[in-house]
Design a protein around this ligand. Sequence first.
Ligand code: HEM
Length: 416
Amino acid sequence: MSRTSEPARARWAGIPDLPGPDATWRLARDGYAFGLRGYRQVGADAFHTRLMGREVVVARGAEAAHVFGQPDAFERRGAIPRSVVHLLQDDGSVQQLEGQRHASRKRIMLDLAQEERAGLVDAFRDAWPQVAAEYAHRPVPVREVASLALTRAALAWAGIAVDSAREQALSGDFDAMVSRAGAIGPLNWVARARRQRTEAWATEVVQDLRARGDRASVAGGLAHHEDEGRPLDERTAAIELLNLLRPTVAVARFIAFAVHALRMHPDWASQIRGGEPAATRWAADEIRRFYPFFPMVGGIASEPFGLHGEWFEDGQWMLLDLYGTDHSPELWERPDVFNPGRFATASPLSVVAQGVGDHLAAHRCPGELATTDLLVATLEMLTQGPAYAVPEQDLRISLRRMPAEPEDGMIVVFGA
Ligand code: HEM
């Protein structure tokens, strides 16, 4: 064999197997680092393994993201455990649709979450100092403050009036849906019960918006959306309303990481405090890239596809490793270093923390730009708004815990 044919042979040898039996225990043990450890072990950016008894290909990097992000290439139905589906998107939601029906539903989600996002950010700028004052002078996990501020902002933006008891309950329920999505058994069931309570509330909201003929507000626009000329059934409209509100409140997890980043990187904190707009936006994107949040997205191939020289039939289950891709040395120089300055040249769209492909045609998150704008507002308010102190605490972040957060919950004291 000639020396030059070696690399070609390796390329066409296809994707290696992860040695050992079913890797479900490794996923539970390694959390976000499941993929990274596997790639290191097999010496490639993808591997075959079994999870929960099912054959799967796990992959990261540019080629995997490109293949996975093709419109209608991978169906979401059947690709993630039902316990997760019920807490996050739910049956009948945009994420479970494909083709024409997905496009129509995605259009309205983008019209609201993306085109109307300035109103959401303004409402958040109003809510943050109010909530910070309500929590003043006592230690509190910043996620709790941020969840309440985001719930208040999201409801005001959507045009839904609630009393403060309902606002508190919704804030806790939305947070629990994300916190417990990875749990199995009783913790997941409790969160599902809370989800059902929230769904009943959202159905009443939809009924009320329809009875009042409100088409002008964000929630009213969604309640009156029609798929192929027919209004959504009440439950589906309620689920989509929750699909705008719940992930908006989940931005609280990134806000806790923003506090962490400012604490750990005083050089960037002072640039942001100095009102440097580019630095603030870069830091928002670096927070989305660097910190662990949504670990992977799963799909079932709707058509045959090629990856790393191997050919797969339709029906193949694939997990695209979002955390692994955002930490891939192929795509990012020194990926494990927090460095907002990389966005002086890198495109924020290369960050895959919120999915891949085109925002309209693929399943990429319609709230991606809103998330970045909310983080920009957060960084500005953290450095120029209500003062806060960060008491002594364990700031380590374990990659084993899903969803991840600083060990002691990122405690702050406002008004300090
Ligand atoms: C908190 C930060 C957020 C994270 C980490 C996040 C993450 C993601 C990810 C990874 C996906 C892709 C799922 C897939 O490919 O199967 C997704 C889809 C989605 N996200 Fe987000 N998201 C966030 C914020 C938001 C916000 C603020 C909204 C709405 C205002 C939103 C609404 C949605 C919806 C409706 C989908 C389904 C889109 C589709 O299937 O076409 N997300 N999100």
